[in-house]
Design a protein around this ligand. Structure first.
Ligand SMILES: [Mg+2]
Length: 351
């Protein structure tokens, strides 16, 4: 009698320290470091790669990621079937609530693994196109007005075709004027990261519309009431998107009618499958969709690019902001992030 050896998916992880080319400022603070976690899933001869990008404003740190990965690993959530990704996410949610970035790191590594075994890129495994996708923007973080001008000049010089400008300071209008002066007629969008009151948001929306800004992301704090979002949306001449306030599909249903669009991120949804549910729920409510990311390497960004054909806007500049990206995957060219045709996520260590 022959015995079949059962293969379990094994997980190892280690810190992935990233440094941005410039200190990166948003309304929550400024840093030039991102303390991410690299996840490897091993199954037979295959290795799937994933990345967790914890953010303190979503209640995650490298320490919580490490603790959650330890708990999930000991609980045996990965099992022995790399294709049963939805089942693994269900098991993870049963063992630990929340902690989306840790779970996203595991889930994207499973997609990488499954794609490699099937010898197909992840977007094809999901029934999607790898070609048609919007241009990605490039973010100008909060800095001194002089530095903002320099950064805008550099971004235009590097060929970026759409800029996203961080707001939530006491000199927001000056920032826009400086960026507009350098960027001329390039499309701009704005992210306040929860930095305004409803009244400020309405006032700013009029000023931003006059300065030809496309839309505003997260004008109000993460836990702002749905009526406050509606107050702003009904008075703003330009669309209002929610980012921090939208993590899962259920949040889309809660805020629908009070916003015009949602920002999807793997570090909030906990992986590609819930990101698909967020996108479909948004579409069911006639909302626009932007896909965003944290400061992350080409592993996390490329995982997001596999879903980009479903989106109206992309804000996937996390790896482009780095001083050096330790991984390669989707390549930036002429505004677009282009997927390669390697199986799985198509990411590997940069030589
Ligand atoms: Mg945002």
């Amino acid at each position: 009698m022959t015995q079949t050896k059962l293969h379990q998916i094994e997980m190892v992880w280690q810190p992935l320290e990233l440094t941005t080319a410039h200190p990166f400022g948003i309304s929550y603070g400024t840093s030039d470091k991102s303390h991410n976690v690299l996840i490897e899933l091993r199954f037979k001869d295959f290795v799937g790669l994933g990345e967790a990008s914890p953010a303190s404003y979503h209640s995650e740190t490298p320490e919580t990621v490490n603790a959650v990965l330890t708990v999930l690993s000991k609980a045996g959530v990965l099992g022995d079937d790399p294709f049963a990704i939805a089942e693994v996410t269900r098991r993870m949610d049963k063992v630990v609530a929340g902690n989306a970035s840790a779970k996203a790191g595991i889930e994207m590594a499973l997609h990488d693994l499954a794609g490699q075994i099937a010898n197909q890129p992840t977007y094809k495994m999901l029934g999607l196109s790898g070609l048609a996708q919007p241009i990605t923007d490039f973010t100008i973080g909060i800095a001194s007005l002089e530095m903002i001008e320099v950064k805008t000049e550099q971004a235009i010089g590097a060929g970026y075709k759409v800029l996203k400008v961080k707001q939530g300071t006491d000199f927001d209008r000056e920032i826009i004027k400086r960026v507009r002066k350098v960027a001329k007629d390039i499309p701009l969008r704005v992210d306040a990261n929860g930095g305004w009151t409803p009244k400020q948001a309405v006032e700013m929306s009029k000023f931003l519309a006059e300065n030809n800004v496309q839309f505003i992301e997260q004008p109000l704090p993460k836990f702002a009431h749905v009526d406050d979002f509606r107050f702003v949306k009904e008075r703003s001449p330009i669309p209002i998107f929610a980012d921090e306030s939208i993590c899962k599909a259920i949040d889309v249903a809660r805020l629908a009618g009070a916003i015009d669009g949602v920002v999807v991120k793997l570090a909030k949804t906990g992986g590609l499958l819930e990101a698909l549910r967020v996108i479909h729920t948004a579409r069911a409510h006639s909302l626009q969709v932007m896909f965003g990311c944290m400061i992350e390497s080409s592993i996390g960004v490329t995982a997001a690019v596999h879903l980009s054909s479903l989106c109206d806007y992309l804000d996937l500049d996390g790896a482009l902001l780095l001083a050096s990206d330790p991984y390669e995957g989707a390549e930036y060219k002429d505004g677009y992030l282009r997927l390669n045709d390697r199986p799985g996520l198509g990411v590997r260590k940069r030589n």
